[in-house]
Design a protein around this ligand. Structure first.
Ligand SMILES: Nc1ncnc2c1ncn2[C@@H]1O[C@H](COP(=O)(O)OP(=O)(O)OP(=O)(O)O)[C@@H](O)[C@H]1O
Ligand SMILES: [Mg+2]
Length: 437
């Protein structure tokens, strides 16, 4: 089960509110019933008291039969030596004269009665009421006391849900911010409006972000410095090799060519390392410009045109929407050149490479489609990893696509690579930037 702080809080608070509601309801129900019963007893007692004060004689000697409503109280007055009551509001009801003084509950004529007996030297006064009527009255009152709880508890549930959701909304926002953090976006989390209980947590995350940014920056700087340092001796090596070439004996020419191609490969690797370090650098917003994407694509095509023609590869642009992005032009150029260079490099002679610029879902997409061998599906998820090479037969440093990905995420874009789905073999390599106009 997914643990959700919000659900746990809402559940716990609602259960607590319900328990309080039930306890409160039960106790007010019981108290109200007991109170009502005491009130009815008091009434019996008061009526009996009135009878003692001479009111007894005002009762009709022979009341009309069944004239009394069911819920009313029955009064019976006994004179000391008489066997039948002196007065009774319900002569058919034989109240037990011998009942003890005070309150008693007795069954009379098959019904339960609450009887109050007041004994005087010359007479006994009994005032009685049906227990069923009393229960009904008490019950009616007690149920009425439950209504506020029945209405309030669900309202408090809703209030709990709203309050908890509102309080945790800030956490959700912070979660979204944390999700947005990646190598090229190390933004500190904002602490404004954050509850003080969560502040230490945010401070720790911010500290961690700062340390992470520092360590990534120092790693990037190391790569960049190392590549720079290596470039000078490698250039010197290249020069030495150029100077040496005329003096190499014809039998050693083949080995010498290998040595030179090794130097060239190392130069390529260093150049890619420098590009990667540059792509990983934190974005300086003041350096952003409005980049004309189709123009960048045309330049990249022009650069590879001689090689493409030499190998009989038909390279062209099929759809060139007018599109602009806010970026550093050199970054967009490097990304496009890496994709085009892959397409040319991995497509066999006489193949075809198509480029397109399209605007889809508010993004500017540059797609490079080739007629090469494609990539085994299981290797696709790894092609953006640094130094990963799916095809070791053809030379390369394995950094090109990592550079493309670093540039894409630096500008909030996406890089993707998939095999063609139109029945032909080949790759569709794409990079998308948020549209800048
Ligand atoms: N268009 C493509 N067709 C077939 N395979 C490709 C294509 N593009 C990339 N790949 C595969 O993905 C791997 C990674 O590509 P990436 O551009 O990162 O490195 P690279 O081309 O080997 O070296 P670099 O571009 O740094 O010189 C390549 O080695 C290649 O196997
Ligand atoms: Mg490449």
């Amino acid at each position: 089960m997914i643990k959700s702080l919000r659900n746990q809080l809402v559940f716990a608070l609602c259960v607590l509110v319900s328990i309080v509601g039930v306890v409160q309801g039960v106790s007010s129900y019981q108290l109200s019933k007991a109170g009502m019963s005491a009130l009815l007893d008091l009434r019996l007692e008061q009526v009996a008291g009135r009878m003692r004060g001479g009111f007894a004689d005002s009762l009709p000697a022979i009341p009309a039969r069944g004239s009394q409503p069911e819920g009313d109280i029955v009064i019976t007055i006994w004179k000391d030596d008489q066997v039948t009551p002196y007065r009774s509001t319900e002569p058919t009801l034989a109240l037990p004269r011998e009942a003890p003084a005070g309150f008693a509950t007795r069954a009379v004529s098959g019904e339960e009665w609450r009887i109050y007996t007041l004994r005087e030297p010359s007479m006994a006064i009994q005032v009685a009421q049906r227990s069923a009527v009393r229960h009904e009255l008490a019950e009616e009152r007690a149920v009425k006391t439950l209504w506020p709880m029945i209405v309030l508890v669900p309202l408090v549930w809703i209030a709990v849900l709203l309050v908890v959701r509102r309080s945790l909304r800030k956490l959700n926002r912070l979660g979204a911010q944390v999700q947005g953090i990646d190598v090229s976006h190390f933004q500190q989390l904002s602490t404004s409006g954050v509850p003080i209980e969560i502040r230490p947590f945010i401070d720790s995350i911010n500290l961690m972000i700062e340390r992470l940014a520092q360590s990534i920056e120092s790693e990037r700087k190391f790569i960049s410095d190392a590549a720079h340092e290596l470039r000078t001796p490698l250039t010197a090596l290249q020069l030495q090799a150029d100077n040496l070439q005329p003096h190499i004996a014809p039998g050693n020419q083949e080995r010498f060519r290998e040595l030179r191609s090794g130097i060239t490969r190392s130069g390529g690797l260093i150049a890619q390392l420098l590009r990667l370090a540059r792509a990983d650098a934190v974005l300086q917003t003041d350096t952003l410009e409005r980049v004309d994407v189709p123009a960048v694509v045309v330049n990249a095509v022009a650069e590879v045109l001689p090689i493409a023609m030499k190998r009989g590869i038909d390279i062209g642009a099929d759809e060139m929407a007018s599109a602009f992005v806010r970026a550093v032009e050199a970054d967009v150029g490097i990304a496009v050149r890496n994709l085009v260079s892959n397409a040319i490099r991995y497509t066999p002679d006489d193949g075809k490479v198509d480029l397109s610029v399209q605007i889809r879902d508010g993004m500017v997409w540059i797609d490079v489609t080739d007629t090469g061998p494609g990539i085994a599906e299981e290797l696709l998820p790894r092609v953006f990893d640094r130094f990963f090479r799916a095809n070791t037969q053809i030379e390369g440093s394995g950094l090109g696509l990592s550079i493309v990905k670093a540039i894409a995420s630096k500008y909030g874009g996406v890089a993707s690579l998939r095999n063609r789905h139109d029945g032909r073999s080949g790759i569709v390599a794409s990079i998308g930037f948020p549209s800048g106009s």
